[in-house]
Write a protein that binds this ligand. Structure first.
Ligand SMILES: *Cc1c(COP(=O)(O)O)cnc(C)c1O
Length: 354
């Protein structure tokens, strides 16, 4: 009887991540902030061409780290890669926090944070978003105690959309003690168009307690290959690397990431299309009477409140998968062009109470 096996109760209580219902092949999957486009042309071919899958990958990820170090103008030791930035977030948490410690982050934010914190044995401290569903950076800084080991800032915030302003971030960094690791999660940075928004790249080398995380999963369309990266002080990244599962990123992942970086102009074009589609959808929703927070990622937030479950059903009936957060709202990823009209038909029906 496996019931007799003693598990860590807090781990046994973690509900497994649920990817939600799938639409039909004619429907739209707007539930995971994935890129609607396939990998950039030539990327898969370039990756498959030189990969020997009977061999272990390069555990030090030399080629990709060197390329990223070059792009961001930092030392090789100031970049690490992981199996998605999810993996790097967990590694950073593990490197800094243990039972009795606290990890502070805004809530609602990325759904994976609570589980990652629980795995470390530390305690999550949730700081509510503002009424406008943005980070409250003053409150985040004020929530830091002697026990705090990490503060996470998610910009743009998944699932609500707004980015943190550079001015607010700088004030926040000045207020957080230098002993506390700050992780700036920029999974959606490529989609940000607000000129006042924070850009972690601008702070590299400036704060000894700041690490930024980014990913090839969203803008680059490589979610299925699992490659993310972190940039920050070498000592902090070395500690995060020490917590990693060896060889978690595959050669296929390295090669696809490198090939994608070589195709930056095409990437920029695709990002521009998704951004334009996002802004158009947001505008049309506002015209329907919705109040939609600033959307700086490849998704937007529909505040359906107490009607969220019914609203999610209405989307599902229209063969659209979205991400509902019961009693709060629905996150809609920006997908195929053809999905926009169908989304707007559902939201218009919801406004009219159908
Ligand atoms: C998607 C996402 C990530 C990481 O995704 P990976 O596929 O693991 O790189 C990290 N943070 C946020 C907020 C995300 O939405």
């Amino acid at each position: 009887m496996s019931e007799n096996v003693r598990l860590r109760p807090e781990i046994a209580a973690l509900t497994a991540y649920s990817q939600g219902r799938s639409p039909s092949p004619d429907g739209f999957k707007l539930s995971s902030n994935e890129n609607p486009y396939p990998a950039l042309p030539g990327v898969l071919e370039a990756a498959a061409a030189h990969v020997e899958i009977n061999r272990y990958p390069d555990g030090a990820a030399v080629a990709l780290r060197a390329r990223l170090a070059d792009l961001f103008d930092v030392e090789f030791s100031e970049v690490i890669v992981g199996a998605g930035s999810s993996s790097l977030l967990q590694q950073l948490f593990l490197a800094a926090a243990a039972p009795g410690d606290e990890i502070v982050y805004a809530w609602r934010s990325f759904e994976a944070y609570p589980g990652f914190v629980t795995v470390t044995g530390a305690t999550s401290v949730h700081v509510p978003l503002t009424a406008g569903l943005e980070h409250d950076l003053d409150a985040l800084a004020a929530a830091v105690t002697d026990r705090t080991r990490v503060v996470v800032v998610c910009s743009p915030n998944n699932p609500t959309g707004p980015a943190v302003s550079a001015a607010a971030f700088e004030k926040f960094m000045a207020a957080v003690p230098a002993e506390v690791l700050v992780v700036l999660d920029e999974a959606y940075r490529e989609f940000v168009t607000d000129p006042l928004a924070v850009d972690g790249e601008a702070y590299l080398g400036r704060y000894p307690n700041l690490v930024i995380t980014r990913t090839f999963s969203k803008a680059y369309g490589l979610a299925g290959l699992r490659v993310g990266y972190a940039i920050g002080p070498a000592r902090l990244l070395a500690a995060a690397r020490a917590t990693a599962i060896p060889f978690a990123v595959t050669e296929l992942g390295f090669a696809a990431a490198l090939a994608s970086l070589e195709r930056k102009p095409l990437l920029d074009e695709r990002v521009a299309e998704i951004v334009a589609r996002r802004d158009r959808l947001r505008g049309a929703l506002i015209e329907q009477g919705w109040s939609i927070p600033s959307a700086q990622g490849n998704f937007l937030w529909l505040p359906t409140g107490g009607l969220t479950t019914q609203a999610a059903d209405a989307f599902f009936d229209a063969d659209i998968a979205v991400r509902p957060f019961a009693e709060e709202g629905i996150r809609i990823s920006i997908g195929e062009e053809e999905s926009i009209e169908r989304v707007l038909a559902v939201t218009s029906g919801l406004r009219q109470g159908r």
